[in-house]
Design a protein. Sequence first.
Length: 211
Amino acid sequence: MEQGDGLEVSRRGMLVAGAAVVAVSAAPGAEGQPAVTPPAPVTMPVTLQVNGRRITRDVDTRTTLLDLLREGLHLTGTKKGCDHGQCGACTVLVDGKRINSCLSLALMHDGDAVTTIEGLGRPGDLHPMQAAFVRHDGYQCGYCTPGQICSAVAVLGEIKAGVPSHVTADLTARPAASNDEMRERMSGNICRCGAYSNILEAMGDVAGGKA
């Protein structure tokens, strides 16, 4: 745009100049002002039953359950994928129900029982779903596998409890562990390697009592 003295100022130039002014004014000690000390994080105690073990921690009120598990308790089997609840890699079981732990604050689960992939089974004593995933090659890179397995366990629990899904034709009848039901219920768990058919076979084995 043209100024009265003939100086041409672009919109981009104005934005850059404005950003520079903000940066200088916000710098510690700028213009002789004292540096601003950020407030200390607010912490609160939370008690969880994690994989059968009672733990109590003081956590920043902004801490997600995922970050508490990984950073606070070093249970790194639960993965951080998208961190937006879109991939399912962070799936854990809370009181037997699956949740995306990246979307849930740790403080929301005070008193809850949390089961991660480490709590389902261990080498030499695998959970039937873990064993079925191994048998059917239900993984490739393995990054999404902990969330896939936790979700698969919960899915069969939902079907057994009679919880309907979007593809359940008769809402008054108990759903069956059909391929359509399992595909629909597992749709929130993304496998970029594409091991979906093998995952479905593993779940079918467990649902049929073959695992």
